[in-house]
Ligand binder design. Structure first.
Ligand code: R5P
Length: 277
């Protein structure tokens, strides 16, 4: 048993934290998380962490605010109990889409999350496929944004039809789609998406040729499923083969998303386990 560090699992994805612990030959630290009758959260570490390296595994997936507060409470408890070093492992970084102001008098919530994490004593952040790389700049501590590409490519490659085009559903995912296309030896196409609100998007342009070709839509997350549904529609409208594969790192899959994704022309939807089902 590896006893050189302690791993605590928040409640957002205990299955993932357990498999990480098994992979690292470690055990999960004893802790209790509860809720007071008024909704406030109570976190307690049930073993000492003085002078220890601690990892807290907690994606800040929906309900985002609850999971975030839980992560902050864990980090605060570790700092007050004299842990030597606290790493927040956030496989999914909630609020990462709020990385800039879209108008006046708006917060930059991703930056606010970074401030809160550092204020409670987080020394290091590990995350996967961060929505916008510049979020790293909101922190003064090391941030490692890992990529799911190696596991995704391994899962995708065997079933990928010849001549597949990797499609970025918007300008923000061009780099990701290009990297997947390079790894899969495929071509790239880009859709231009306009967002009217949190739930309303519109695809206005396609850059690239998808006619008579199968497509792989690559995104960092599926939330309401609106972006993917619009993208499938646009690709079919542009003559793509009705054999579309969808892959995204974070499957938030909010209520109604699965229905939006379930179309006969969509052959398969792949997500990783960063977010609990
Ligand atoms: C947007 O910039 C993201 O990369 C995703 O495309 C988007 O957040 C997915 O959200 P939804 O599934 O609600 O369209």
């Amino acid at each position: 048993m590896n006893d050189s560090f302690t791993i605590f699992a928040g409640r957002a994805n205990v299955a993932l934290a357990t498999s990480v612990a098994v992979e690292m030959g470690a055990r999960l630290g004893a802790c209790s998380v509860d809720r007071f009758p008024d909704g406030e959260l109570s976190v307690r570490l049930d073993e000492p962490v003085r002078g220890r390296e601690v990892l807290i595994i907690q994606p800040t997936s929906p309900p985002v605010n609850d999971h975030l507060i839980e992560l902050l409470a864990f980090a605060d408890a570790c700092r007050r109990a004299s842990a030597a070093h606290v790493t927040a492992v956030m496989p999914y970084f909630g609020y990462s889409r709020a990385d800039k102001r879209h108008g006046r008098r708006e917060p930059i919530t991703a930056s606010m999350v970074a401030d809160l994490m550092q204020a409670v004593g987080v020394n290091h952040v590990v995350t996967i496929d961060l929505h916008a790389p510049q979020i790293e700049g909101f922190f003064h501590i090391p941030v490692d944004s890992l990529t799911a590409a190696p596991v995704m490519v391994e899962a995708l490659r065997p079933g990928l039809p010849p001549e597949t085009v990797v499609v970025s559903p918007d300008a923000g995912r061009v780099h990701m789609a290009t990297e997947y296309a390079r790894l899969l030896g495929a071509r790239v196409a880009v859709l231009h998406k306009e967002r009217a609100s949190g739930v309303e998007t519109r695809i206005t342009r396609l850059v690239g040729d998808v006619r008579d070709r199968p497509c792989l839509i690559m995104d960092d997350m599926i939330s309401t499923g609106g972006t993917i549904a619009e993208s499938v529609e646009a690709l079919l409208g542009a003559g793509a083969r009705p054999e579309i594969i969808v892959a995204a790192t974070h499957g938030l899959l909010l209520a109604g998303a699965r229905e939006k994704l379930a179309r006969p022309q969509t052959r398969e939807v792949l997500v990783t386990d960063t977010v609990a089902p």
